[in-house]
Design a binder for this molecule. Sequence first.
Ligand code: EPZ
Length: 420
Amino acid sequence: MDKLLIEGGHRLQGEAEMSGAKNAALPILCAALLTREPLTLTNVPQLNDIGTMLKLLAQMGVAVQRDGPVVTLDASGLNNPLAPYEMVKTMRASILVLGPLVARCGEAKVSLPGGCAIGARPVDQHIKGLTAMGADIAVEHGYVVARTSRLRGARLFTDMVTVTGTENLMMAAVLAEGETVIENAAREPEVVDLANCLVAMGARISGAGSDVIRIQGVERLHGATHRIMPDRIETGTYLCAAAATGGEIRLTGTSAAYLDAVVDKLMDAGCDIRTEKSPSFEAIVLRAPQRLKAVSIRTAPYPAFPTDMQAQFMAINALAEGTSIIRETIFENRFMHAVELARLGADIRIDGNTAVVQGVAQLDGATVMATDLRASAGLIIAGLVARGETVIERIYHLDRGYERIEQKLTALGATVRRLS
Ligand code: EPZ
């Protein structure tokens, strides 16, 4: 298994180009299932999760063409509405084929994704919504088996804000008969990017980005070309890495528009952040102080502070001046990076979904283990500032969500090496 070796103590400075958003690309790849015509996507990030999703779609009969960040999908030959366990277990987002398959084929057999390190991750809301739209759904032998003659529009209310739940139900509704209203919908920018792509394909959607999304079903969708939005979590991760190292960086190909909560907290911590904007271009510039001030955070659905940035902020708080409180309200087990940070010398006390972080003056390199995608990012940030060498094990987690991370960090002045 690959490991990452980081030599701490280098200020990050310079420029890095951000990639397309993993969590926008994943649902949008599944939207190709909704039409017989080709869907062309640009700015698709080159990540393991994207490769897994393309394999999953190809074994259903979707023709996949990929040329770097450009992907063209043609689902006219879709003949196997099945998402097998062997593929779904490696990537939970596979559940996003469920809504489109039921809408397009009237049937689907999708393995339950199962839990992961950060939580049980149930999909009951996905099933509840599709059932309300007229699908007969059985959960048997670890699979969701769905069948319907044609989905009909319904008024849906999710018990909690669910990002992929909202995305699955929106994709199911675009070909349903009549109007669907999704109440308590997720407002994440990735949901809006999916809606924009569906509208370009001929769907009739209003309210995406708010907590009430209205969809008027249509007979069929047509092909389109869509550019995937920038990855706001990758962007936030690099901003935190620069902040932790007292650095100064410029991130291009991205936007601060979707990162208000994160930018606010980094400014509270003492960073100077500004955006450069032109008709064809946007960049974020961050200049960090010598030492950050501790900032408390509470994760919640967009536009509040994103849970996917929690581990990164725990890492920067570990070295900041003062004490911070971190509340994780989305997932029940998303503090596993805390014990790994403690191996580097961090002073963190966990009490349920609350972590109390006492900033220390110095961290010392050690061998640590990545447990999930964003925890890996938090450990990298800590390794960049720890004295000496840090080795991060199980970095396959990292490769799922961060494109060419060693190259980008090295270009910013870090000393990072992959050990196979
Ligand atoms: C999406 O996961 C993201 N993944 C996650 O990013 C992100 O952390 C999460 O949203 C929250 O923002 C993708 O978009 C592919 P949820 P998702 O459904 O949709 C509970 C990353 O690192 N829930 O919004 O699976 C659930 O257990 C990943 O890129 C139910 O109980 O998250 C959780 O506590 C990690 N029943 C809460 O809701 C359901 O049917 C929010 O989950 C659905 C969700």
